[in-house]
Design a protein around this ligand. Structure first.
Ligand code: SF4
Length: 321
């Protein structure tokens, strides 16, 4: 396996809400390996997006705060780095395609102007370079560069806009791209097409990708590894084959059983009972215990440690400790 490009250690992020302090990411440790596509999966509110925004320190100021831990990237701790240090990393070394990105394009600007604006904000004013780089990226993403660059966003379909945003995130040749639910708003066929393109461009440009999704099924075909989040914590990490074929954690197993398959019996599909916990007052012990069919007394009191089941496969559950 390659070396880590981002090492997250003991990360804690909180939101200050009117009702109290939301522990959105709580003591998360995770390595993102150079050149891999890692899927970060879990239900809504599990802390996936907060993790992504913490890596780039794009958390809403005043409301959210990193209260502990480290995010190590090329000798820099992004959790504590100064704003001018972060500016050298954001977009040019680690870029981010946010959730609901389809609405992120300015309707009054042609696509070429979006590329120019991004380049200019990093001191690049050479229009010829921008057009050449954008054209190459759009072509790789199976779009017609000339037509697309001269279009306004409303002249493009949802799938085309999503590919434009991926190309924009790649403009400055970052080492890592974080994609937050990049295919959620698209129809299934476009989703499948874009997922395959993502895999292809990752190989072509030797990039590292973090793919955040609530839909564990989309990672199956394109990911190298998966980190399963629940209620602000990592429950299980492993390679895609292990996570799908031999999931160890009851939550991962429940998540996989909750997705429909083309060949499976619809009656075998089981939604996870209950709802994710309130992160202002998360349950003590294992956070999954109120929904877990195997919960024991100990699970309600003591948090299970993350144990290595085999090299690279870790899970936090008392049944496995
Ligand atoms: Fe279930 Fe207990 Fe394992 Fe948590 S630690 S997943 S409650 S068995």
């Amino acid at each position: 396996m390659s070396e880590p490009i981002i090492s997250i250690r003991g990360l804690r992020v909180v939101y200050h809400a009117l009702r109290g302090v939301v522990k959105a990411v709580d003591n998360v440790s995770l390595d993102v390996m150079k050149g891999e596509l890692i899927g970060v999966v879990g239900e809504s509110g599990s802390g996936k997006t907060t993790l992504a925004m913490a890596i780039l320190r794009l958390l809403p100021p005043k409301v959210a705060r990193i209260v502990g831990g480290h995010i190590l990237f090329d000798g820099l701790d992004l959790a504590t780095a100064r704003e001018e240090e972060l500016r050298k990393v954001r977009w040019s070394r680690i870029s981010y395609v946010p959730q609901a990105a389809l609405n992120a394009l300015n309707p009054t600007l042609k696509i070429i102007d979006h590329f120019m604006e991004t380049a200019k904000s990093h001191g690049i004013r050479d229009r010829k370079w921008v057009v050449e780089r954008a054209s190459e990226l759009l072509e790789t993403l199976r779009l017609e560069p000339e037509r697309v660059l001269n279009s306004y966003p409303h002249e493009l379909s949802g799938g085309m806009k999503q590919r434009v945003l991926i190309a924009l995130s790649m403009l400055l040749n970052p080492e890592v791209i974080i994609l937050d639910e990049p295919t959620t708003a698209l129809d299934v066929l476009t989703q499948y097409f874009i997922l395959n393109l993502l895999r292809a461009i990752k190989e072509k440009y030797n990039m590292t990708m973090m793919f955040i999704t609530h839909d564990i099924a989309v990672i199956a075909g394109i990911g190298d590894r998966v980190a399963v989040f629940y209620a602000g914590k990592v429950m299980e990490i492993g390679d895609v084959y292990t996570i799908f074929k031999r999931p160890a954690h009851p939550y991962t197993r429940a998540l996989i059983k909750s997705i429909p398959t083309l060949t499976g019996n619809i009656e075998e599909m089981k939604p996870i009972p209950g709802t994710p916990p309130d992160l202002i007052n998360p349950p003590p012990g294992c956070r999954f215990h109120p929904r877990c069919p195997y919960a024991m007394e100990k699970c309600k009191r003591v948090e299970p440690p993350m144990v290595e089941l085999k090299p690279g496969h870790l899970a936090a559950c008392w049944l496995l400790a």
